[in-house]
Design a protein around this ligand. Structure first.
Ligand SMILES: [Zn+2]
Length: 369
């Protein structure tokens, strides 16, 4: 009889837990970048939360929540903005108290699931108060004018992993690794200086990437990526160029308007295989704009990459070197197919990464010859 009562109670408890419809907090992720810290929480739909900031502390309250055991461990994150985290629980209301190193501008929003993230996401950004304009790394002094600034843009980062390989390698890691190798080579070259749009695992908005290039008076903008398609057999490198027509301001503005809907993380929202990032950066790629500096740069780099890979998908056939240089020659390189197991292995290999970086480097050198 006792046993039966226990069973009945147990069943009742179970069903009432379901009736409660609690919001499960599935995961916590933190991304620190030079100008902000991003907190991402995987949640169930309809999450009810509040944010209160007081001096150098902010409290995130989530009602009717449930934290998984594994989630707990990930909560205690510290960086240049977050000093300490405490959890206070009142029934099913959780209060996450973040002790901060200063006062920050806090922005929050939720995002729906997509092909990279299966849960809804609650995003909280802590921005540095002085919304510092993107500064040039160094003021371009008169004697430095001859120095060519090469902006290297490692694609994706942070909450945006980019393409995922057959064996689950993330594009964002490979692009950063190749970019750093390329930067080293450029910085060891007289008259050249490399600047990276990101130096760690965090996301930088597309507009900001372009603005960093403009603020630094970059001579070239080189975005590094790794391609992915459904077929495991697709292989090879490809280079895309940006049109210079209309200038870089128009380009940045165009990017900005497209960003509101899809650039929260640069994560692809569409179900097709095209890299969303690539789509955006190529908004004005058209046949009639072939004769540009970007094209010339693209050809020079492809000539080098061709030595490494078997197949080139896109090869600009001709170009004319124009005397006027209206905007920053910009190219986007898909170094190889991360979706191809063989190429994925190559992309993860240190020596192979160095070969790719060297090919890009040689292409840049030949472009300036
Ligand atoms: Zn990419």
């Amino acid at each position: 009889m006792r046993r039966l009562a226990g069973l009945v109670f147990g069943l009742f408890f179970l069903s009432s837990a379901y009736a409660d419809n609690k919001t499960t907090l599935h995961d916590f992720r933190f991304w620190s970048s030079p100008d902000r810290t991003r907190i991402v929480i995987d949640v169930d739909p309809g999450v009810r939360f509040s944010i209160n900031q007081k001096n150098s502390q902010f409290t995130l309250g989530i009602r009717n929540a449930k934290i998984l055991k594994d989630t707990y461990k990930k909560l205690f994150f510290t960086d240049q903005r977050i000093k300490k985290t405490r959890i206070k629980r009142d029934g099913t209301t959780y209060q996450f108290k973040f002790k901060l190193h200063g006062q920050y501008q806090i922005k929050s929003y939720t995002l729906k699931p997509n092909d990279k993230y299966r849960y809804n996401r609650l995003v909280i950004d802590l921005y540095d108060q002085k919304n510092q304009a993107i500064k040039a790394v160094k003021k371009p002094a008169i004697q430095q004018r001859a120095t060519k600034i090469i902006l290297i843009d490692p694609g994706h980062g942070g909450e945006d992993p980019g393409a995922i390989g057959y064996k689950h390698s993330k594009e964002k890691r490979i692009t950063l690794s190749i970019a750093k190798k390329l930067a080293k080579k450029i910085n060891a070259t007289k008259g050249m200086k490399a600047i990276l749009t990101r130096r760690g695992d965090y996301y930088v908005g597309l507009t900001k990437r372009i603005r960093i290039a403009q603020a630094n008076k970059a001579s070239l903008f080189v975005s590094i990526h790794a391609d992915a398609v459904k077929s495991r057999r697709a292989h090879g490198a490809s280079v895309y160029t940006l049109s210079e027509r209309g200038g870089s301001t128009k380009f940045a503005r165009r990017l900005e308007t497209s960003q509101n809907t899809s650039d929260q993380f640069g994560v692809k929202q569409q179900s097709n295989n095209k890299d969303q990032y690539l789509n955006k950066i190529l908004w004005d790629l058209s046949r009639k704009d072939r004769n540009t500096q970007s094209q010339k740069l693209g050809v020079k780099i492809l000539e080098q990459l061709k030595k490494l890979v078997i197949c080139i998908r896109k090869f600009p056939k001709s170009w004319v070197c124009r005397s006027k240089t209206p905007a920053i020659p910009s190219i986007l390189i898909e170094t190889a197919f991360i979706s191809n197991p063989k190429e994925e292995q190559r992309l993860n290999n240190n020596k192979e990464q160095d070969k790719i970086a060297n090919a890009i480097y040689q292409g840049i050198i030949n472009f300036y010859k």
